[in-house]
Design a protein around this ligand. Sequence first.
Ligand SMILES: Nc1ncnc2c1ncn2[C@@H]1O[C@H](COP(=O)(O)OP(=O)(O)OP(=O)(O)O)[C@@H](O)[C@H]1O
Ligand SMILES: [Mg+2]
Length: 333
Amino acid sequence: MAQPLLEVRDLRTHFELEDGVVKAVDGVSLTVRRGRTLAVVGESGCGKSVTARSILRLVEHPARIVGGQILLYGDQPSDDPLDLLAAKDKRLRQVRWSEIAMVFQEPMASLSLVHTIGDQIIEAIRLHGGVGKVEARHRAIEFLGRVGIPDPKRRVDSYPFELSGGMRQRAMIAMALSCRPRLLIADEPTTALDVTTQAQILDLLQDLQQELGMAIMLITHDLGVAAQVADEVAVMYLGEVVEHGPAASVLSEPKHPYTQALVRSVPRLGQRGQGRLAAVRGTVPPPYERPSGCRFHPRCDAFMAGKCDSTVPTRVRSDDTDVACLLYGEEER
Ligand SMILES: Nc1ncnc2c1ncn2[C@@H]1O[C@H](COP(=O)(O)OP(=O)(O)OP(=O)(O)O)[C@@H](O)[C@H]1O
Ligand SMILES: [Mg+2]
């Protein structure tokens, strides 16, 4: 198995609101391996985006990272990992884009409207790549071509509003990849796009991954997408990861009752565009109230009274998967 590149350990990001504390991310642990793809899946509101933003410390008031470690490993196995949560701001700015780049769901929110696509990519490259203007423009055009934007020599001087949604998303990906990051975090990069464009973008990401050897953390609530591209899957529920393992195991022999319910709710899993989550029984509880014991117990088909509502399950290894459920790992406890 490939070495870890990024390890998130017990990450906690809370929203400190007047009415109380929303523990949006409350004990997330996950691993992205070198050159591999980790898909992070789970219902809306389970904390996927807050986790992603916390990795680069891009959370803003009233959100606050209150605990955990985010370890980024160096190229040499002997290098000490860098804890992104403890790193100085200056060091973190070096890490952003050049080591870890991020693509957001809505590219308009992260692209400047008053600058051309080209100028924005050139600025990102120059800020992090230490190359001159001419070389940076050359690289911008090269990457726009690689992500499938036709006539990149002309398009480089377009403004975001002159491009279609799919083209803007491609431009965002070009911008992220032009700094040749070791890790790309892509938060629902294709959700806003039609099925054909979605498939093209996913293929593109996989091609570029092979070519550049980068790791990808792909956030999606589409299990079909996860089945198609992921090497490993992390399943999130109410601010924590309840199951983490090889994609083939997690998606075809899910262990956690929550993952089982998710997988059951997907017709013909594995077919492109068919994987959007249908409902799991019950609803996600309100954010201020976390159920006692196992957070999933009020919705769980395997609920054991007197046990699941009082004991917090820790994550244990079962076969090749880590799972946080009291059905597993009695002998390890
Ligand atoms: N600005 C905010 N103020 C208060 N709480 C917030 C805010 N933003 C997010 N949250 C809380 O954080 C939780 C996690 O949000 P997050 O955006 O990470 O979910 P998600 O898994 O990315 O969902 P989706 O699939 O819809 O994108 C939400 O359920 C909400 O309770
Ligand atoms: Mg989200």
